[in-house]
Design a protein around this ligand. Structure first.
Ligand SMILES: [Zn+2]
Ligand SMILES: [Zn+2]
Length: 223
């Protein structure tokens, strides 16, 4: 489409990706909600007939478990949608949603925080990636993502110029989404380290990476 040399087929739209993951999760959450609501009603009826506090306590417990289960299913659906957005390089909507998930629910907050760092890392925003990995490690010392975050943060600290990348994703310009290796002079954002086409950086009036406000680029020769 717009990209002059883009050879990739157009990726699915963000709203379609979100819908395909959040829709099924919403149906499952609704089903679970119905089951728990039924359990609450049954416990309340039994409690009213027996005039005993135990079934009422069970009703309260079922209600709380129901709320936890439903919000958990919805949050996992949103997280799955974010992973799909990242796979299709829709960085900005993914990061916006992941930051929301990070501040909301504990069960997925851990993974959401890690994925924010990974999103910056995959698009080559080294400074933002390093900051996010460090922030993640401050809060989460253990677990598989902590290990990966520590390794990757160490790599970025030791050799910030090395583009040893955790996944096989072509380095795309965050403005026009085409490969930065094609299309003339490349500049590197002075704030986050992401490579742009010189013309794209100019047109955007600064960095096109979500979360980076830098307006200064330094020229970078790519070999
Ligand atoms: Zn570009
Ligand atoms: Zn930047």
């Amino acid at each position: 489409m717009g990209g002059k040399r883009s050879k990739k087929p157009a990726p699915p739209e963000p709203h379609a990706l979100r819908h395909s993951h959040e829709g099924p999760a919403a149906s499952r959450a609704f089903g679970a909600g119905v089951v728990f609501a039924g359990a609450v009603v049954v416990a309340l009826v039994i409690g009213a007939n027996l005039r005993h506090p135990l079934p009422l306590a069970a009703a309260v417990a079922a209600f709380l478990m129901g709320v936890g289960t439903v919000t958990g299913i919805l949050a996992r659906g949103r997280l799955a949608a974010c992973r799909a957005l990242l796979d299709h390089e829709h960085w900005e909507p993914a990061i916006v949603e992941l930051k929301r998930l990070h501040s909301s629910r504990r069960a997925v907050a851990d993974e959401a925080a890690y994925l924010v760092a990974l999103a910056y890392d995959r698009q080559g925003a080294r400074t933002l990636a390093l900051e996010s990995y460090r922030a993640y490690l401050k809060r989460h010392k253990r677990g598989v993502w902590a290990v990966e975050a520590r390794v990757r943060a160490g790599e970025l600290e030791a050799a910030p110029q090395v583009s040893s990348r955790p996944v096989e994703v072509a380095l795309n310009c965050p403005f026009c989404k085409a490969d930065v290796a094609e299309g003339g002079t490349t500049v590197e954002c002075g704030g986050c380290g992401t490579a742009h086409h010189a013309g794209c950086y100019e047109e955007q009036g600064g960095c096109a990476v979500y979360g980076c406000q830098a307006k200064t680029a330094r020229a970078r020769v790519r070999g």
